[in-house]
Design a protein. Structure first.
Length: 293
């Protein structure tokens, strides 16, 4: 609780509580949006309107007398009246009034991404190294998968491969029954064809099974995916992808799932889960949304 120290006018505090501010909190605190990168006009030496030193957002550079005749001028009137129509006459308010900048795309804050421990890493269950690869556009992350369609394609692949094996076997059996057939050579050719079929089947199967939500795909792997496999997934990279993953987190559900895993885990895995669970429960108790990171 804040107290005023005697004869000083200075507030004394027992403690300071820090928390993550949500976008809604920031907009509530803001007195206007900064839309220009300029600060001071080089000719007039006055703050640029809607710039980083804008008087309508942050307050006047110099104290203003509201009864002064100068307020009749456009320039002084704009400096005295902020965007909410409130009269601001003291320059000291520039120390506390805040503005905001609307970003063109989400960005991952290095405090939450590379801190120790990394809050973002514990939330998403992704290593810090992989988080950096996503944030710096070095790799794709799978945001969504059409699981039912993928499972159906896996089943079709198995059936297609088995049918191919049977067809190869029947063809070579038919050729081996012909007069003068070289059975040994035919057997080797059959074996080679089956191996090629199995190799192709294994590659496609691994590609399909790797398409799970949250999995990473480098540029080469993503470009090598068959077109029909690409249609199964939605991928992304950069801060936009990380925000999409954070937006989908339901803290109570995730905490319940991790609690169930902790009950069955042992050793190092149990320690990692408990560490992650502690952060999640702390965020839930503090009312911090994952998307605010």
């Amino acid at each position: 609780m804040a107290r005023i120290a005697p004869n000083t006018g200075i507030a004394d505090f027992d403690a300071v509580r820090l928390a993550v501010a949500s976008p809604e909190d920031m907009l509530k605190w803001s007195h206007g949006e900064v839309t220009k990168p300029e600060t001071i006009n080089y000719r007039t030496q006055k703050p640029e309107r809607d710039g980083l030193f804008c008087e309508r957002i942050f307050g006047p550079v110099k104290d203003i007398n509201p009864h002064d005749n100068k307020l009749k001028g456009v320039r002084s009137r704009e400096a005295a009246i902020d965007k909410n129509g409130e009269l601001v006459t003291k320059s000291i308010v520039r120390r506390e009034r805040m503005g905001h900048i609307t970003l063109a795309a989400p960005v991952a804050h290095i405090w939450f991404m590379r801190g120790t421990p990394s809050a973002m890493s514990l939330l998403l269950g992704i290593t810090v190294r992989n988080l950096e690869r996503i944030a710096y556009f070095a790799t794709y992350v799978i945001l969504d998968v059409q699981a039912e369609k993928r499972d159906q394609m896996l089943a079709d692949l198995e059936a297609e491969t088995e049918a191919g094996r049977i067809a190869i076997k029947m063809r070579y059996e038919r050729e081996a029954e012909a007069d003068g057939a070289d059975v040994k050579k035919l057997a080797e050719e059959q074996s080679r064809e089956v191996e090629e079929l199995d190799s192709s089947h294994l590659v496609k199967k691994n590609q399909l099974e790797s398409l799970v939500k949250g999995a990473l795909l480098n540029e080469t792997d993503y470009r090598n995916l068959p077109e029909e496999y690409e249609e199964l997934v939605t991928v992304g990279m950069g801060g936009t992808a990380l925000k999409a993953l954070l937006d989908e987190i339901d803290l109570p559900v995730l905490i319940a799932e991790l609690s169930a895993e902790v009950a069955e885990a042992k050793g190092q895995r149990e320690k990692k889960l408990l560490k992650r669970l502690k952060v999640l429960e702390g965020m839930q108790a503090a009312g911090i949304k994952p998307s605010s990171l």
